[in-house]
Write a protein that binds this ligand. Sequence first.
Ligand code: GSH
Length: 242
Amino acid sequence: MTLKLWTAALSWNCLRVELVLAEKGVVDVERVEVDLVRRTFKTPDFLEKSIYGKVPLFEVDDVLIFESRAICRYLCLKYPDVGSHLIPELRNPEERGVWEMRLLLEATEFDVNISPVFAETIIKPALQQTPDEVILARHQPRLETCLDVLNKTLSEIPFLGGQEFSLVDVFYMPGIYCATKCIDVFGNRHALKKWWDGVSERKAWAVGVVSLDDFWVRVSPGWKSSPPVALGEEEEGNRAHL
Ligand SMILES: N[C@@H](CCC(=O)N[C@@H](CS)C(=O)NCC(=O)O)C(=O)O
């Protein structure tokens, strides 16, 4: 069985998949690193495989899966007994329903707000573009509310999905990390901070986040307190879809 992953170091959607691979200890993966800045990967061949033209894209034998969260779930189903057990065995439909709800909320309530905030706060300045204050005014308060909800949840249960570390935590981790580059995530959200301190100690995180950091530290002021360089100064073309 051949596993092939089209991925990009700068993308937190791709990081989500890398985290599951690392948690599972799956190493036999052929990676194709795409250039999201120059967008040269959008060849007819690629577009035939990934019909919306995005990464991550996963190919296993002749089957194509895109959408990072779907790839993550596939990996959990494929490797149920390998590495971390990321889909908990829940006793009844109600518990399962609550877990599924928590998993979905990451995409429907959190990602829809951190994505535009990250785009305006980090990506646009890296491209020497001016952040859109209207977009920030719309999404930043919603992001803050979402973080408050997560903090409250974590004051009641140890992990975002329930009693054990699971795919819910993995889904949130890349976005929470990116949020720390945009706003004061932890401030007085002590339960959220405690959770973050724990989950970010995981080996999979330490391994997975390196390439994201390596990219953004070069182009974003203050990412890790290193001086930035201009993102693709010499490059041409549309760079608005990082
Ligand atoms: N919901 C998708 C989002 C995928 C996505 O937006 N990928 C970005 C990189 S983070 C991309 O490929 N952008 C290229 C483009 O939109 O042209 C997922 O979770 O996989």
